[in-house]
Design a protein. Structure first.
Length: 121
C-alpha cells in the first residue's frame, strides 16, 4: 500500500494529512507526528456497557448517598479505575480477571458509601 494525500479540513501549513488504508497520519516535514484511526465503533461489548452503567451508579451514589467529602471522592475514584481496567481486560478476553476487577470495584464502592453516609436533613 502506498500513502496518498487527502483533502481535509485539518490541513494546516505545518503538515499534511495522509491516508494509509483506514489509518490517517499527520506528517510534519516528513516526520509522522500522530496516527489515529477513522474507526467510530460504538460501545459494542457487554464490558463497555456494563462499565459505563456501573460508573453512572457510582457517580449517583457519591452525589446522593455520601456526604460529598473529598476523601469519599478519592476512594470512589479507585472504583472508577477498577471499572476502566475491567472494561479493558474484558475486551481483551481476560474475563476472569475482568470479573475480579468489577467485583473489587463494587465492593470498594459499597464500603466507601457506608463509611461516608450522607447527613440527614
Amino acid at each position: 500500500m502506498r500513502f496518498q494525500s487527502i483533502d481535509s479540513p485539518f490541513r494546516n501549513p505545518l503538515g499534511v494529512i495522509v491516508q494509509f488504508g483506514n489509518q490517517f497520519m499527520v506528517c510534519y516535514d516528513g516526520v509522522d507526528a500522530k496516527i489515529f484511526s477513522d474507526r467510530t465503533e460504538a460501545m459494542s461489548t457487554l464490558y463497555d456497557i456494563g462499565a459505563v452503567a456501573l460508573f453512572a451508579c457510582v457517580v449517583a451514589a457519591f452525589v446522593f448517598l455520601t456526604d460529598r467529602q473529598a476523601q469519599a471522592l478519592l476512594r470512589l475514584l479507585l472504583t472508577g479505575l477498577a471499572l476502566a481496567a475491567a472494561n479493558q481486560l474484558g475486551n481483551h478476553g481476560l474475563h476472569v480477571l475482568a470479573a475480579a476487577f468489577l467485583v473489587a470495584g463494587m465492593v470498594n464502592a459499597v464500603i466507601t458509601v457506608r463509611a461516608f453516609p450522607a447527613a440527614e436533613k
